[in-house]
Write a protein that binds this ligand. Structure first.
Ligand code: DON
Length: 313
């Protein structure tokens, strides 16, 4: 057994997931799909899936829990974990750990704060993380993909090159962020290939089961699916803490208030949440609120922690 525990098996959560899916299906006004990446704009905002993975790799779900979707910013968690696994605390010289209180793609704080992004989950900080991963591995997006395939047990996971190209074609803001940070020396790789890695990273397609399983190391306090250790217990706590405070951008306070778990969202409509020592949850519904978080996804996680009593508080 890779991780000693007495946490419940995934199937235990199925009645709760079924109750949540029924509630969500009756929920009006479930937001709008991301429209700034044309390849995501055409996805029906009302689709819904949800999965829970236990600590042993068991998984159960409801709705479209096996339908692949664009992971987008959820991948920022995994990139951060890989960098910390390679170089521990050195990253924090180049990126902070404070909530930004600003939209995920904002530029406004960077000049005041000497090109050091507030945290690794806003786009500015994620570009720094991908830069570090590229320096450490020589192929950041491929390294990340390998990790996600291994942790989820799904070798079919891949990039959606149409989404990556669509994002590159509308990528002026990310390019501006990367060049600006590079001017302060916090990005070392040449910006154009770095952006390619970042866009490919965001384009990775996974389903709710894949993501819940891939996030398992955060529930297992740093231990991977095969029982080896990726992060120290303390580093796993750090990643979870940054997810809690920064994982849903300028809505992180509201997310903590409603859900009470570390969570990371993406504009594809996915959210991964972690119950340390217990399970990981992934929900997908593409309709977003004005801050880029899934409306039904946050509502479903809110109900999950209310119905189960599981939260870190
Ligand atoms: O950089 C971007 O704009 C996207 N590829 C990722 C943004 C994202 O998912 C923000 N999260 N809610």
């Amino acid at each position: 057994m890779p991780f000693a525990h007495d946490a419940p098996k995934a199937g235990t959560y199925l009645p709760v997931l079924e109750e949540i899916a029924a509630e969500i299906s009756a929920m009006p006004g479930r937001g709008r799909s991301a429209d700034y990446i044309p390849a995501l704009a055409c996805v029906d905002p009302d689709r819904f899936g949800m999965a829970v993975a236990d600590l042993d790799g068991g998984v159960c779900g409801v709705g479209e829990w096996r339908t692949p979707f664009s992971t987008q910013s959820i991948t920022k968690v995994f990139a951060l974990a890989l960098v910390l696994a390679h170089e521990s605390g050195a990253l924090w010289e180049h990126v902070g750990r404070e909530p930004s209180g600003n939209p995920f793609n904002s530029l406004v704080q960077l000049e005041y704060e000497n090109g050091v992004p507030r945290n690794p989950f806003i786009n500015a900080g994620a570009l720094v993380v991908t830069d570090r991963l590229q320096t450490l591995t020589g192929d950041a997006s491929a390294d990340l993909l390998d990790f996600l395939r291994a942790e989820s047990g799904n070798a079919e996971i891949g990039f959606d090159l149409e989404v990556a190209a669509s994002e590159a074609a509308h990528g002026d803001r990310n390019a501006a962020l990367a060049h600006f940070i590079a001017s302060y020396g916090h990005i070392r790789q040449p910006v154009p290939p770095l952006l390619d890695h970042y866009f490919r990273q965001c384009s990775i397609e996974m389903n709710c089961a894949d993501l819940a399983l891939a996030g398992g190391f955060l529930a297992r306090h740093g231990v991977r699916a095969d029982g080896s250790r990726l992060l120290s217990r303390s580093e796993a706590k750090q990643v979870n803490a940054v997810m809690m405070t920064c994982g849903t951008y300028d809505a992180a306070g509201e997310f903590a208030y409603r859900v009470g778990l570390p969570g990371k969202s993406g504009v594809g409509g996915g959210i991964v949440a972690v119950v340390p020592g217990r399970c990981t949850v992934c929900v997908w519904s593409p309709g977003l609120d004005e801050r880029g978080n899934s409306v039904a996804g946050v509502a479903a996680l809110d109900r999950f922690t209310t119905l189960t009593g599981l939260s870190v508080f």
